[in-house]
Every structure is written in C-alpha cells, then in structure tokens.
Design a protein around this ligand. Structure first.
Ligand SMILES: [Ca+2]
Length: 494
C-alpha cells in the first residue's frame, strides 16, 4: 500500500500568497494534515499484519504437474490440492531446476541453481555460506521449522538444517512412504498448534508418491505391501497408456540407452503401475488435507501463505520412461501452487514459465524479506497479481553426469522446448519440440532444415544462461560414493 506524504509544505512553497501560510488557518490545515497522516500510517501499521504472513511450504516427492484433479486429470481425485488451488494460482508451465531429489530440493531452498550451490548429485550438502530459506526467515523474526525429508545430504535431517528447528528425525526403516509421511504430518501439526508470538515458517516435506519407484524397481521387500495397498481391485477401470507411450521411430539411440528398462512389462503391467501411482498421490493428498485442516483449526488460514510443489515429476510411461532424470514434461514439470486465502487471486496459470528457483524469492516477497542479491529466481507475486505484468521468456533446468561428461540442459521458451543431452566422448544429443503443436514431445525438430533458426536461438539462450549463472566455470563434481550409478539408480528408490 502506497500513501503519499502530506504535501502541505510543497503547496505552501508554491503558493504565491505564501505569507498567508503563517496564518491561523494554514496552521490548522497543517495540524489536520499531520493528524490525517498519523491516522493513515497507524492504519498502515495495523494493515502490516497480513503483509507479514505465516508461510507454509508443502512438498511432495515425484509428483507430476498433471497429477491433480483440479488441472483436469480424470484418473485421480485430489480434493485437498484442489481446495488449496481454489484459493490461489496453480502454475502448469512450472519446471524443477533439476529433475532429481537433492539438487532440486537444495535449489528450492536457496533460490539458486544446483551447480551454483555444490549439489550436482543426490546426497550432497549445500555449499557452506549459501543462505538456506530457514536462515532468512529465522533472521527476519520467524519461527522456522522443518518436518520430513531433506536429502541434503542425509535423507532425513539427522544433523539439522541451517536456520530450521528440525521437527522429526525419522528414517524409512522399512516403512511405506505413507507411514513415514504420517509421522511428518503429526510433527508438523504439533508445531502448528504451539502457542507463539512470532509468525511461523514451516516446511512439510512428504515422500509420496515416491513409492512408485518400488514397483518400477522390482526388488524391494516392500513390494507386497505396495501392491496390497495400491494395486487395482478386480474389475476396476485402469488408466490408459499415455498418448506418447509409443516411441517415435527416429528417437536418438542415446535416449534408449538411458531409459530405465522394463522388458517384461506388458500393457497391463504398465497400466497397473500408472494406477498405483495415482493412488499414492491420493494418499499424500489426504495427508496434505490434515495440514490444511490444522491451519484452519488454529485460525491462521487467512494469514498464511501456502506454497505447494514437488522436487520433480515421474515418467509414468510417457516415452516408456519410469522415474526422473529426464527433461520431458513428465519428469521435469512440477505442480506449483501459491495460495493465500482471500489475498491471492484464483486461476490455473497455463501461461507463465516458472521454476522452483522462484519459490524462495516469492515467499520472501510476501513476507517482506529481502532475498540475497544473487538469488536466481524471481518473485511470482507480480504475475500472480497481474497476469499481464512483464515476465521472463525462458526457464532452464539442468542435470549433472560425471565430471568427464558434464551437464545436460533443458531450455523451455513459450513455444518450444530444447533439450541438450551430454554424452561420453560424443557430441551432445539435441532435441527440439514444438510444445504448442506437439505437447506429447514426439516429433524432434532439431534436424529439420526449416527449424535451424529456432534451434540456434535456443542454443544461444542456453549459452547466455550458462555464462550468466557461472555454469561454464563450475565443473561437475564427482558423485558421492553413496550414490549408485545411473543404471541402478533408475531401479531403486532415490
Ligand atoms: Ca525425489
């Protein structure tokens, strides 16, 4: 809210009858002006309360951008995400900065790209000296707390997280994700119900639908429990195979080499796996509902900014992919909801290109906190409040391999997606898709003569971004020994 200061002095100075200003009438006018200013600023101070809201971030693990009923997916019901979206903006052109757990989470909580913060692979810690969201909020007078999965480096934050009070230090211990998530929800609700003077900044980090990695991996001792809980009952209609299940005949060989393999899956098995995934999303949606209920129960629903997102998506059979580590929308696009009841407008935003690096600057903006100057993301608040506000025209996502191979990248522009996959001892593989006419990403235009101008433009954007973010001078670090090679990684849960 902007209030102009009283302009009495200016008016008097510009008044040809300035001598009159020393008269009783002008002094009265001045006094009234000072009184009015006091009233207005007192009102402004009172109105500050909603400008410094509680902030709640809820994340799931491995949730696709389209895995919610509110965006029109008929194969699952997510009443709680739908409820959250009914009070805010659901971005659908929303991309994670790296389609893998630790790098994506580290990026979300620093507002910077993984290569800038030392997290090239799973199980790596954020480089010391880079502020994490908890520190920023704690230093600004918030009660900052974290419940659930962290993964930077430990999966659960056994050694703490800078700036945060860690609410639960559970481990999986052979449990289904939903049971681990239940402990996270309980810890988060206990925290919400504590009396406090300060606003809270709470992160609730849930694991489901990540358990889909178990049926796609095939060897977990939890498999029986998984199929008992999430398997289709007899006679139920299974979701169809995705429209881009069949691979294009000209698919580059390198993609086939990188794809997780399921040679013994027939159509029925693929469809059972898709069915199970949606049931896992529904499980976690119900748990999200418990947190939303608790916010309402403590009377904070009108003073709490809630952001929902996920660390990456899930192949779910698109391009016959399972898991993550790829840049098709299935793996790289994530839901992003920004919701503050009574404050944020309501819409599904299918227009703006946004990234998980935008989350930190966005929550800082709403909380009145100045983010560090070198944060890469941008606050979404201007486009939430005015869809016509100026905005960026591309987002980039990255993925690291070995130090010798380097990194792969995705550049998404309003119409196209350019993917550059690094390979050992060979030139990178380039893919270019027209996302308007080919949203299933089946027709690679990179080799088409008439598309060379567009291809070059996307290469140029990528090189500009690599320079600007220091990527060219940030060599890939070796993966920690605890991280399995990609072939095994695709088979087991990360
Ligand atoms: Ca993950």
């Amino acid at each position: 809210m902007m209030i102009a200061r009283p302009r009495l002095r200016a008016r008097c100075e510009g008044n040809p009858n300035r001598q009159h200003c020393s008269t009783r009438r002008c002094r009265w006018v001045a006094l009234i002006g000072v009184f009015a200013w006091s009233v207005l600023t007192a009102g402004w101070t009172a109105a500050e309360a909603p400008r410094r809201p509680n902030v709640l971030i809820i994340t799931t693990d491995q949730q696709r951008v389209d895995a919610a009923s509110v965006v029109g997916n008929p194969w699952l019901k997510t009443p709680n995400l739908d409820r959250l979206a009914s009070q805010g903006v659901y971005f659908t052109k929303s991309y994670c900065s790296y389609p893998l757990c630790s790098p994506s989470r580290a990026s979300l909580h620093t507002g910077r790209f993984p290569h800038e913060i030392g997290v090239d692979h799973n199980n790596m810690a954020i480089r010391p000296g880079i502020p994490v969201s908890g520190e920023l909020f704690r230093n600004a007078g918030y009660d900052a707390a974290y419940a659930g999965k962290w993964h930077c480096p430990a999966v659960y934050p056994t050694e703490g997280i800078d700036g945060f009070q860690v609410l639960n230090r559970t481990t999986r211990q052979g449990k289904l994700a939903r049971d681990v998530d239940a402990a996270t929800i309980e810890a988060a609700i206990d925290f919400l119900k504590q009396p406090r003077e300060k606003p809270f900044y709470l992160v609730v980090s849930l694991i489901n639908p990540h358990d889909i990695c178990l049926p796609a991996g095939g060897t977990s001792p939890l498999l029986e429990q998984i199929w008992q809980r999430y398997g289709p009952p007899a006679g139920v209609e299974l979701p169809p195979l995705p429209a881009n299940f069949q691979l294009p005949s000209d698919e580059p060989e390198w993609l086939g080499q990188r794809r997780p393999k399921h040679p013994d899956w027939n159509e029925l098995q693929w469809r059972r796996y898709i069915y199970a995934y949606y049931r896992m999303v529904e499980d976690v949606d119900a748990q999200i509902g418990q947190v939303l209920d608790a916010v309402r129960e403590i009377g904070a629903e009108k003073n709490t900014l809630i952001v929902f997102t996920s660390d990456h998506g899930e192949g779910l059979g698109c391009h016959q992919w399972t898991g993550k580590m790829m840049f098709f929308d299935a793996e790289a696009a994530v839901p992003l909801i920004v919701s503050w009841e009574g404050v944020t407008p309501t819409r599904i935003d299918r227009q703006h290109l946004v990234s998980t690096v935008d989350v930190l600057p966005t929550i800082c903006d709403y909380a009145g906190i100045k983010p560090p100057a070198d944060v890469r993301g941008q606050s979404l608040r201007p486009i939430i409040e005015d869809p016509n506000a100026p905005w960026r025209d591309y987002v980039v996502s990255e993925m690291a391999h070995t130090p010798a191979i380097g990194r792969s990248f995705m550049v998404r522009t309003p119409r196209y997606k350019y993917i550059r996959l690094a390979r050992p001892n060979s030139a990178p593989v380039e893919l270019l898709f027209d996302m308007e006419n080919d949203p299933a990403e089946l027709t690679n235009l990179a080799e088409k003569a008439e598309m060379q101008r567009v291809l070059k433009e996307h290469r140029r954007i990528l090189e500009k971004w690599r320079e600007a973010t220091g990527e060219k001078t940030s060599p890939v670090q070796p993966a920690p020994k605890s991280v399995r090679p990609p072939k095994q990684r695709a088979k087991k849960a990360a």
